[in-house]
Design a protein. Structure first.
Length: 61
């Protein structure tokens, strides 16, 4: 199973884990960095800047 772990950078440039979302799309060709960051908006909301948000892709067996 593929999951994305999201982190947010605060004003002191420290990173904080904010959540994990599993990949549920069956069509792998639709997956882009931008689409993964858009999934992160589910956690932080629409107002959060993409520049403060990043993700790590993990595979869990």
């Amino acid at each position: 199973m593929v999951v994305y772990e999201y982190y947010r950078k605060d004003e002191t440039n420290r990173f904080h884990s904010i959540g994990i979302i599993p990949e549920r799309r069956e069509t792998l060709g639709r997956i882009t960095d931008e689409s993964i960051l858009n999934l992160g908006k589910i956690i932080v909301g629409e107002k959060e800047a993409h520049s403060n948000l990043f993700f790590v892709q993990l595979t869990i067996d």
